[in-house]
Design a binder for this molecule. Structure first.
Ligand SMILES: *Cc1c(COP(=O)(O)O)cnc(C)c1O
Length: 364
């Protein structure tokens, strides 16, 4: 992962990640739910950098880290992270050997998978129970069929995943009821039971379970403006102004001429575009923080550059513009920017491309 050093020229655009804010968001959830954390650092910690984020969160003594794949788990191991790492996307039985080699914890749901894990020598694993998402896990009313396998190699944990915890539609209670029925069908109670993603942990507290699995909340995305617990912003997308021009009345800006100057406007060219993950849909709706004010993104976002209308704002070549996150008293939250571009905040964060260097502030 490229990081910035002071001897380099300032990158044209970069992502600043506030590790101290991640820790405060994690602690707030932990306090509210009164349980331990199993932070989800899958997908490179939602694009923020799995290794630095996991290293920071390690200070909170999480029960484990959650990743999607063996490869993601191997990256944490190579970085020296010793804590348990649970792989949540189902692992095919033929890949369990490699998973075991990296000392990762699989999530299993079939007699074949459990038998293969047992044959390899066993060790901690979590039972995935499907209660309504219909994505991964053994159906809640079929868990009894695993009794013999579970007896032979008891799981350390068992879990389910909510499909609509951010909506108040009773599905959470129904899914959890099914989860309890499934647990009752097991010959033993696994030591670590877990169900809650961020939205469920924000909504319901204290937790009735042994840990929570927050992802997006840690990274600064809340469950809507009315939620009782709000995260601190974590991710700041910044880019440099590389040119300025006066665009005369009636002239247009960018491809397809979707924006027309009304009167002479002072237009700044900013060195970030959809090739960095600042999505094309944000053209003519996105906003930029510069010179203590807010400037609209004008015209279509191009691959490497976008234009903002900086008329009336102090804005010069080399100045830093914020497209996402905080600058001074202004905040462009991930939720707000995602909404402007008709995206989910998850896609916005995970879509920030690797060509944007990540810089870290607030680390230990
Ligand atoms: C991604 C994921 C989470 C975290 O979800 P957030 O909405 O980001 O909090 C929790 N559990 C599982 C199984 C996941 O895949």
């Amino acid at each position: 992962m490229p990081t910035q050093s002071s001897s380099e020229t300032k990158p044209r655009a970069w992502v600043e990640v506030d590790l101290a804010a991640i820790l405060r968001n994690a602690k707030a959830l932990e306090r509210q739910t009164r349980t331990r954390l199993l932070p989800m650092v899958k997908a490179d910690a939602y694009g923020l950098g799995a290794v630095p984020v996991a290293r920071a969160l390690d200070a909170l003594d999480p029960i484990a880290f959650g990743v999607s794949s063996i490869v993601e788990g191997e990256e944490l191991r190579r970085a020296g992270i010793q804590r348990p790492v649970v792989v949540f996307t189902p692992t095919l039985p033929r890949d369990l050997d490699r998973l075991r080699h990296a000392k990762l914890t699989p999530t299993l749901a079939s007699p074949e998978g459990i038998a293969r894990w047992t044959a390899l020598g066993g060790g901690p694993w979590h039972l995935a129970i499907e209660t309504g998402m219909h994505r991964a896990g053994i159906a809640w009313d079929a868990v009894g069929g695993l009794a013999a396998a579970v007896q032979a190699e008891p799981p350390e944990g068992a879990f389910t995943h909510f499909h609509s915890a951010e909506l108040d539609n009773q599905s959470l209670s129904l899914q959890e009821e099914r989860f309890r029925v499934a647990l009752d069908a097991l010959p033993l109670r696994p030591r670590v039971l877990h169900t809650e993603n961020s939205a469920a942990a924000v909504r319901r507290h204290p937790s009735p379970w042994d840990c929570i699995r927050p992802g997006v909340f840690l990274y600064g995305v809340g469950s809507g403006p009315t939620a009782a617990l709000q995260p601190e912003p974590v991710v700041h997308l910044r880019a440099q102004v590389v040119e300025l021009r006066i665009v005369p009345d009636g002239e247009t800006v960018s491809y397809d001429a979707t924006w027309v100057a009304r009167g002479a406007r002072r237009i700044a060219t900013v060195a970030v575009g959809y090739g960095d993950g600042y999505r094309r849909h944000l053209g003519n709706v996105g906003k930029a923080l510069v010179g203590g004010g807010i400037a609209p993104v004008v015209g279509v976002v191009t691959m490497d550059m976008l234009m903002i209308d900086a008329t009336g704002l102090p804005c010069e070549e080399g100045d830093v513009v914020t497209l996402l996150g905080r600058s001074g008293e202004h905040l462009l939250s991930a939720e707000a920017v995602a909404e402007m571009g008709h995206l989910s905040p998850y896609e916005l964060l995970t879509g920030l491309r690797q060509r944007l260097p990540r810089t870290y502030v607030g680390g230990a």
